[in-house]
Design a protein around this ligand. Structure first.
Ligand code: NAP
Length: 341
């Protein structure tokens, strides 16, 4: 073990807005953690960049995940290889998808939730287990099928539609027979949604009036809104709901950096007027269904009914460049950091 060095990103202080450079420190020499009984030591291949992890950097105690203590390594999902094992069901060389740290090495077990050995499949590249399968894919499916209850012929609207979760959610809805509209921040992302991901329409919410565009594209209203954003977008969409609409609150990325009071939607009265349902959900609550969901996603992928885009940033030292892409809206699909070949 002594010849191994562990580079890692430490949460040195709580970030102010998107100033991650001041909050996270890159420590280039560090101890390799020792796995306890029941754990494995994982060497990271790919780190998953997830917008929800911004919440863990904040001090708020009322989020669905407690805040990460200051002074500890930043954590997140990853794909890696077992290099030491203290459990009989994992061997050295096994690939796995798990929670770990933004570091070369992490100890892992099921206590953090995600902890799964990955199959070796010629037609599914390793990063796809987080870019298409895994929590983003499960969340997309649960939000559209179980929470949104999207039905054939209905109009489904997705915010942050060109991101990892949103782009999969739109495709799930298409595969269930719905008509799908995406909201995103750039024309290039709109084009990717309609030309590659199979969305029926996309709206650039920075350059267009979303309310007016929805009146044009969804004259009978939005049946299902899969919201990743909250804030003004949620407010506007609540003014364009169909009767008996369902709003699946997946994420509130517009608010993750807030530390004060968060305003409620001004159009909340539409919940009554349209007899709408609004429901937050957290995909780990649906974990028992995720194996079946993953099988469905893979089958759609293999039959050309589901695609994903992957943006890979090379090098653990460039993790913050990768992370920023989620918050400046640069990303199309999944962003991952390649830690080693
Ligand atoms: N409930 C669950 O179980 C669960 C699980 C996984 C993820 N999520 C949620 O899913 C959402 C997407 O996460 P992801 O990891 O897949 O990220 P992502 O969608 O790949 O990237 C984040 C996207 O959010 C948009 N965005 C970023 N900052 C914003 C802001 N201040 N205001 C408005 N839009 C902003 C940008 O899209 P545009 O360029 O289109 O604006 C950006 O591309 C997050 O809200 C996350 O918390 C929830």
């Amino acid at each position: 073990m002594t010849d191994r060095n562990n580079r890692q990103w430490i949460l040195a202080r709580r970030p102010d807005g998107d100033d991650f450079e001041s909050a996270l420190e890159f420590h280039e020499t560090g101890e390799v953690p020792q796995p306890a009984d029941g754990q494995v030591l994982v060497r990271a291949d790919y780190l998953s960049m997830d917008a929800g992890t911004r919440m863990w950097m904040s001090p708020r105690e009322d989020a669905y995940q407690p805040p990460l203590p200051v002074g500890t390594p930043m954590s997140g999902m990853m794909i890696g290889e077992v290099v030491e094992t203290r459990r009989p069901d994992f061997a050295i060389g096994d690939k796995l998808r798990c929670f770990g740290q933004w570091a070369d090495y992490s100890t892992a077990d099921e206590s953090a939730g995600l902890f799964e050995k990955l199959p070796v499949e010629d037609d599914i590249p390793l990063p796809a287990y987080l870019a298409m399968g895994g929590p983003n894919g499960w969340t997309a499916y649960v939000g559209i099928a179980n929470v949104g209850e999207a039905k054939p012929g209905e109009t489904v609207l997705i915010s942050a539609a060109a991101g990892a979760t949103g782009s999969l959610a739109g495709q799930v809805a298409k595969n269930l027979g719905a008509r799908v509209i995406g909201l995103t921040s750039r024309d290039e992302k709109c084009r990717w949604l309609t030309e590659t991901a199979g969305f029926d329409a996309a709206i650039n919410y920075r350059t267009h009036d979303v309310g007016e565009e929805l009146k044009r594209l969804a004259p009978d209203g939005v049946d299902v809104f899969f919201d990743n954003v909250g804030g003004d977008i949620l407010d506007t969409v609540m003014g364009q709901l169909a009767m008996y609409a369902r709003i699946a609150i997946c994420g509130l990325v517009a608010h993750y950096a807030d530390d004060g009071k968060r305003p409620g939607p001004m159009n909340f009265d539409q919940v009554l007027m349209k007899r709408a349902t609004i429901k937050g959900f957290f995909s780990p609550d649906w974990f028992s269904e995720c194996e079946a969901i993953e099988a469905t996603l893979k089958q759609w992928y293999r039959t050309g009914k589901l695609t994903y885009n992957l943006e890979v940033v090379d090098g653990l030292e460039n993790t913050l460049k990768a992370y920023h892409r989620l918050f400046d809206g640069a990303n199309i699909g999944k962003v991952m950091v390649k830690v080693r070949d």
